[in-house]
Ligand binder design. Structure first.
Ligand SMILES: [Fe+2]
Ligand SMILES: [Fe+2]
Length: 365
């Protein structure tokens, strides 16, 4: 039998939510949690942006002007939040959402700051200093919201305690480009939805999402330009397979992660499948700027495979908690089902796109 989302949270909901150890949640490394990355910084430092110089200079000038300088501060729009009065299940999922978002933002901050610290290429160092500035603000702002609930993440501790995953620079480009553009699509989709349904905005942080997502959009643009400096990165046969792999991995991770938060999405009035498809559609449309292939998210195998992937993850989790030989066998079986679902998605015929000459885009949602 498939596990239900509640199986992910077998313990009774704690009434004293200050006991929630958000730093431990953020430090944990699982397949689904946001990770911290490290890479070959010397190779990245050797990137020559000459082939994209005019677009590069324009983007850097925009980042330098720092349009969101005063944005990430609480003001009169920040309504009081009734954390104690919030439904306990919703509170737990919402805290989980904030911790996961804060970790993802901070992961970008750490990676970008390290690139700036280790580099000597003025173009690269300048870009990464602006991006780490933005991500530090984003993570800090989410952490302020968590602090109000008495459960802020210890970011200094996280930097030291969290495991770092090594990715070759090109994998950093694919993964980070996608996560920036998905970040944009996620924030703007929630923002637009709540603009139409303000009664469902149960926390003020969502009011900040519009300007916020523009930062993520620019970061994605920077990675698109970095990839454009070396056409092989997006046109060789092997690299197209890698892009396909990252699209599959990033999209399906998002699907599974979002489905673990039913109460959070219910409170927002958002159907999870609708929301995820909407985010995939926006991201895929934007990614035509640099990826020559696109996953066919309307293919008949797409949603059923994602649902199977989610069921397999829930079963894996239930097996882990069961333990013993039975749990071990059930875990292996569930992992095989997840792998089969992944293959089923990966082998959906992709849509081929011609790459545009001019890579730059402006946010349009
Ligand atoms: Fe960010
Ligand atoms: Fe970003």
């Amino acid at each position: 039998m498939n596990a239900t989302p509640m199986d992910l949270y077998p313990d009774p909901v704690e009434s004293d939510f200050a006991a929630t150890d958000t730093t431990a949640m953020a430090t944990e490394t699982t397949l689904l949690n946001p990770r911290f990355y490290t890479t070959d910084f010397d190779e990245m430092d050797r990137i020559d942006v000459t082939p994209v110089r005019p677009a590069w200079d324009k983007l850097i000038a925009q980042m330098k002007s720092d349009p969101n300088k005063g944005h990430f501060k609480k003001n009169a729009d920040w309504d009081a939040v009734d954390w104690q009065g919030m439904d306990p299940l919703l509170r737990r999922e919402f805290i989980d959402f904030l911790v996961s978002s804060c970790t993802a933002e901070f992961s970008g901050c750490v990676l970008y700051k390290e690139m700036k610290r280790r580099g000597s290429n003025p173009d690269i160092c300048e870009l990464f200093s602006y991006m780490s500035r933005d991500e530090a603000r984003h993570a800090g702002f989410i952490n302020d919201a968590l602090r109000e609930a008495g459960v802020a993440v210890n970011l200094g501790f996280l930097t030291k305690a969290k495991k770092y995953t090594y990715f070759r620079p090109k994998f950093i480009y694919y993964a980070t480009y996608l996560s920036e553009k998905i970040g944009y699509a996620r924030y703007i989709t929630i923002y637009r939805h709540l603009e139409a349904h303000p009664e469902q905005r149960f926390h003020p942080i969502f009011k900040w999402f519009r300007e916020w997502c523009n930062d993520e959009f620019s970061h994605g643009e920077a990675f698109a330009l970095l990839m454009k400096t070396d056409p092989k990165l997006t046109t060789s046969f092997a690299n197209k397979l890698w892009i396909r792999f990252f699209l599959t991995a990033v999209y399906s991770t998002m699907w599974v992660r979002d489905h673990a938060r039913p109460e959070f999405h219910k409170a927002l009035g958002v159907d999870i499948e609708w929301y995820d498809q909407e985010v995939f559609r926006k991201t895929s449309t934007i990614a035509r700027q640099i990826f020559p292939i696109e996953i066919d998210i309307d293919h008949p195998r797409w949603k059923p495979s994602l649902r199977r992937m989610n069921a397999a993850f829930l079963a894996m989790d239930a097996a882990k908690r069961k333990g013993g030989v039975g749990g071990w066998i059930a875990g292996k079986w569930a992992a095989a089902r997840a792998a089969a679902a992944f293959v089923s998605i990966y082998t959906i015929p992709v849509i081929h796109r011609d790459l545009p000459e001019n890579v730059r885009l402006e946010p349009s949602y």
